[in-house]
Write a protein that binds this ligand. Structure first.
Ligand code: HEM
Length: 461
């Protein structure tokens, strides 16, 4: 059966569907089309084969079958290589560079490694809590700005022992701006035909300038560690600089470590920052949930300083985090490529090399899995006893398989620490109680004009 293809509207359809996409938030166009054509449609997007979009758990479940679909690095990754080289995100799964980094870093991001990062995560979160406390409750807080500073600083300190000191500077650290600009420009380049890219030579010059500046700082961070070694630390920088991959007997090498620094920052800061904003949004919009989350923090943490052991007892907060990730994912699409001609959904032919993207907004709200109230924020469905009954691949916020997110545990721990510390100290509310989530973003999505207020809890003194 043919996969539905909406008519291309702009330029008489000669340029395919790309000009029809919403410029500030392309995923909004994908959402609209999925509402109309669910569970599958295809678009012509300047690729050899039309790109297929799916929106049901059943079809995403098929995409997770490694014998039929893989995460080939594609055009986007190729453009990103200018920024991230053969760091984890943009290296081919077949390359030794990816395997070495993967084998060395997976254990470093495991439970033992994460437990050692607890204090540094808490340190950065405490800086933000102190800043908010000094604001008082009149101040309107642009949530995404503070969350981006929090997550950027946390990766800097936990992963490379480097303090960007975001909370002590008026403007965000230049590295953040350089990274953001170069990611956005790479995304735009990936969506334009090569010939058209030639016309954007000034933007390309700016991207290259940003890359040079970022590499300078990466070299400085590495140089500093080599000149002032921390032999007792097992932080990620030490693992990357000195760890020996058991299979190849090789280290990563300084050039590759230079690529991993922006890779980890780029993969981790905006995703986690947006997720934190979405959590605040849903908590403020659902006062009962807010009360229950706060009660849990009071029961587990009370007036004490949060400890690592307390984290695993914050079950409801964990469910809040999962439910926010289900309702509003910070990345737009979950993408795979067919490694052979194959049929999905029992009737749609997918050609070898064809690109398939699962739309998070839709498969995470599939009514067959989540019921008729799938559009409602209900953390209870994420509590262990309910979560364990879910069919496979119903909830995939961190991707799947070999190339799934390496920073999952890092992000979850950082989120729990920050939300627990904030609820322990403040009453948190929306500046505009009627605010409805508005988003922007080319690849990731983040909130726009999302403002909160914090007020020291009367019962906390
Ligand atoms: C990959 C989501 C936080 C580093 C990914 C992927 C997703 C994702 C969906 C692609 C997986 C796939 O295609 O199967 C998220 C979300 C986060 C988050 C939702 C926060 C809520 C982080 C953090 C770090 C990180 C904190 C690092 C400190 C990476 C890297 C990759 C990746 C390096 C590429 C892995 C590879 O291809 O080997 N992430 N991520 N992420 N993420 Fe995350």
């Amino acid at each position: 059966q043919p996969i539905p293809k909406p008519p291309a509207k702009a330029y008489l359809g000669l340029l395919g569907h790309a000009p029809d996409l919403e410029p500030t938030l392309p995923v909004k166009s994908y959402w609209k089309l999925m509402d109309e054509y669910s569970p599958i449609y295809q678009l012509d997007l300047n690729m050899p084969l039309p790109r297929v979009f799916v929106g049901s758990r059943e079809l995403v479940n098929e995409m997770a079958d490694d014998s039929r679909f893989v995460k080939f690095t594609h055009r986007l990754h190729q453009e990103m290589r200018a920024v991230f080289g053969d760091g984890l995100f943009s290296a081919e799964s077949t390359s030794l560079a990816w395997w070495k980094a993967h084998r060395l870093l997976v254990p470093a991001f495991g439970p033992v490694g994460l437990s050692k990062m607890f204090e540094d995560m808490q340190d950065i979160s405490a800086q933000l809590i102190q800043k908010w406390d000094r604001y008082g409750h009149e101040t309107e807080i642009e949530c995404i700005e503070d969350m981006a500073r929090l997550t950027f600083d946390t990766i800097g300190l936990c992963a490379f022992g480097y303090r960007f000191n975001e909370f002590y500077m008026k403007e965000p650290h230049p590295f953040m701006q350089q990274l953001w600009e170069s990611i956005v420009e790479s995304g735009k380049r990936a969506n334009r035909p090569d010939l058209v890219n030639l016309a954007y030579y000034k933007d390309e010059a700016r991207r290259q300038e940003n890359i040079v500046k970022m590499r300078e700082l990466c070299r400085k961070i590495i140089q500093d560690r080599l000149e002032h070694p921390k032999p007792d630390s097992k932080d990620l920088l030490n693992v990357m600089l000195h760890g020996v991959d058991k299979e190849s007997g090789e280290t990563l090498g300084v050039e590759n470590v230079i690529y991993q620094i922006p890779t980890l920052l780029g993969g981790g800061y905006e995703t986690t920052g947006s997720t934190l904003c979405f959590i605040y949004y849903y908590l403020c919009k659902n006062p009962q949930t807010m009360r229950r989350a706060r009660q849990e923090v009071d029961d587990v943490v009370g007036n004490q300083v949060l400890t690592y052991d307390m984290l695993c007892r914050l079950k409801y907060l964990d469910a809040v985090m999962k439910e926010a990730l289900r309702m509003q994912h910070p990345v737009s699409l979950f993408t795979r490529f067919a490694i052979k001609d194959t049929v999905i959904g029992g009737k749609y032919l997918i050609k070898e090399g064809q690109m398939l993207s699962g739309i998070w907004r839709h498969f995470h709200r599939d009514p067959k899995v989540w019921g008729e109230d799938a559009d409602e924020f209900k953390p209870e469905r994420m509590l262990d006893e309910n979560f364990s009954k879910m069919p496979p691949n119903a909830f995939k916020p961190f991707g799947d398989g070999l190339r799934a997110c390496i920073g999952r545990g890092f992000a979850e721990q950082e989120i729990l620490i920050h939300i627990a510390m904030a609820l322990q100290k403040f009453d948190i509310s929306l500046v505009d109680p009627d605010h409805e989530l508005r988003l922007k973003g080319q690849m990731g999505v983040k909130p726009v004009d999302f403002k909160i207020r914090v007020k020291r809890r009367a019962d906390r003194g």
